[in-house]
Design a protein around this ligand. Sequence first.
Ligand code: F6R
Ligand code: MG
Ligand code: MG
Length: 362
Amino acid sequence: MKVTISVIKADVGSLAGHHIVYQEQIDLAKKILQEAKDEGLLIDYYVFNAGDDLELVMTHTRGEADPKIHGLAWNVFKEVTEKVSRPRKLYAAGQDLLSEAFSGNVKGMGPGVAEMEIEERRSEPIIVFAADKTEPGAWNLPLYRMFADPWNTAGLVIDPSLHQGFVFRVMDVVEGKVIDLKTPEEAYDLLALIGTTGRYIVERVYRADGLLAAVASVTRLSLIAGRYVGKDDPVCIVRCQHGLPAVGEALAPFFTPHFVAGWMRGSHYGPLMPVGLKDSRCSFFDGPPRVVALGFQLAEGRLIGPADLFEDVAFDHSRRVALQMAELIRRNGPIAPAILGPEELEYTGIKETLQRLASRFR
Ligand code: F6R
Ligand code: MG
Ligand code: MG
């Protein structure tokens, strides 16, 4: 059976600054998606939050980029903005709704999207990753490790069905072009691109035989809007097991946290801290950037679960390491390498200061 999993998310306002989605927002989103399920548009849905981002997981049979499904998500974000965010004066109400009118596809309008249409296998474990206070390039390192690094994924060496390797589709978000690179043969070429996380972003990963294995959101709000509108906190769907990375191999890259761009004012490097849903809320210096991982089994499109995968003592260790990394890099304050390069800065303050001082250089 062909099933589409659509994860569509937006920041439409939050409680206590950019901290957390408010419960009434989640309740209203669930109500609207339940109606869509009752009407038969959706097979199933799950609503959660990654910090201040409202995350909709929807399953259906309508394929990717379907106007009805995207319209439904857009309507959820609009309704939540009008009926909860604005009357409660939540912070940055409607932030990611960059356009007034819906044009058939939410891509490019603000919300982040990761979608895959798949033939559901005999058993289909998937993980939905969602991060707050970072950008889509944050997945480059973990996706590489999951699908191309034998130190992370033992299956690449010892499971014949992974041994042929994977194809990474990388998007140049500045030019709007994609390139496919095959590992292990082109691993170094791939790394030469995806090290530049602000520009080259892994969008999809296929197994060598063509099986779709992972999809990430690649929207960059700042490029869409041409001005700062908040970091485009990313989502990613990864299929697991039986000829794909095991769930534990898909989680393993997050055991050793890495630095990502985002955090305070979308302008700093910070560690990506894996957390359970109860800790999916950014606090210290609006962070550190956080990632949740929800495990589902698909059953004819129904979402069985989730398992809150980072809510585990094994990841207490990673959280401590992430906090140590946070402490170390915050010692630098506004001094590089704590702060992003000028082309990546999301606020215009430094540019304006440079302009103001220009005539005083002599
Ligand atoms: C980062 C983020 C926050 C805000 C910060 C200042 O993605 O959303 O760190 O940038 O809280 O927000 P404003 O400028 O709205 O006061
Ligand atoms: Mg926000
Ligand atoms: Mg956010």
